[in-house]
Design a binder for this molecule. Structure first.
Ligand code: URA
Length: 261
């Protein structure tokens, strides 16, 4: 199957799941009781060659591999390449594009989201869908933005590949991609982190419960970090925009006063 077929099949499947399909059945009914109950036994393969000893699969520790690859990256370009070459995360197979980052590296603020959704997967950029548009408005409200040379923000996600049907990330996926995120933060060298949503808090702070965590400055990856509501959550629950606004003002004040803890 070529990749165009693969993506159209995947999109069809996606659509059916969105419509509520929960199982795959054939066009024609099959009566399994009709199948012959005596199946022909497969004939043993005849081979003249001596049987080789079975190969013992070497078990690979995906976290050790990502840690090594991340630590070897000297620049953001190295890191992007190392992530693109990393084959231990199953999400990579179902994704159209890897979503690395957007905005200006070296910005004082680095925002860490959760994982790409459908729009980001297509565009290969973080936060370009509806949640991303709200995020841009929120940043603009404090005169910041991913493309603003005078007050830039650098944006990435915990996971660079879209989880199918936007399902929650699995603990092993987070564990294997976290070394890349930590190196990403080191190489981008922001002054502060903004950690949006529960999965990002889980990854960087080791805690969930964004309603309690939000607005309280803490430390993550050795930097001052501000947990905030995820913009996708604010789209669903706009009554929490007031809290998000308070958090944006707190970010602005922190940047004005400098970031020494
Ligand atoms: N939600 C995220 O957490 N990240 C994105 O890039 C898009 C939506």
């Amino acid at each position: 199957m070529d990749s165009a077929d693969f993506y159209s099949e995947l999109a069809l499947l996606d659509w059916q799941v969105d419509l509520g399909a929960t199982e795959a059945i054939c066009d024609a009914p099959v009566n399994r009781y009709d199948l012959p109950d005596v199946m022909e036994k497969p004939k043993p393969a005849v081979s003249a060659a001596p049987v080789a000893a079975p190969l013992v699969a070497q078990s690979v520790d995906p976290v050790a591999v990502s840690t090594q690859a991340a630590q070897s990256a000297r620049t953001l370009d190295d890191l992007r390449a190392a992530m693109a070459n990393y084959d231990h995360c199953a999400l990579k197979k179902g994704a159209r594009n890897m979503v690395f980052a957007d905005g200006i590296p070296g910005a004082r603020v680095m925002l860490v989201g959760e994982a790409p959704g459908r729009d980001e997967d297509r565009a290969g950029k973080p936060f370009v869908g509806a949640a991303g548009q709200l995020l841009d408005k929120m940043l603009a409200a404090i005169n910041m933005g991913r493309d603003r040379a005078d007050a830039p923000v650098y944006i990435t996600n915990v996971l660079p590949w879209r989880p199918p049907q936007n399902r929650d990330p699995k603990p092993d996926e987070i564990a294997m991609m976290k070394p890349f995120l930590l190196r990403h933060i080191e190489l981008a060298a922001p002054e502060v982190l903004v950690v949006v949503g529960n999965w990002s808090c889980q990854t960087l702070l080791g805690k969930r419960g964004i309603t309690r965590l939000r607005g309280e400055w803490t430390q993550a990856a050795g930097l001052p970090a501000l947990p905030m509501f995820h913009p996708a959550y604010l789209l669903r629950s706009p009554e929490f925009k007031r809290e998000a606004w308070a958090d944006l003002l707190s970010l602005q004040a922190r940047l004005r006063e400098g970031t020494t803890p």
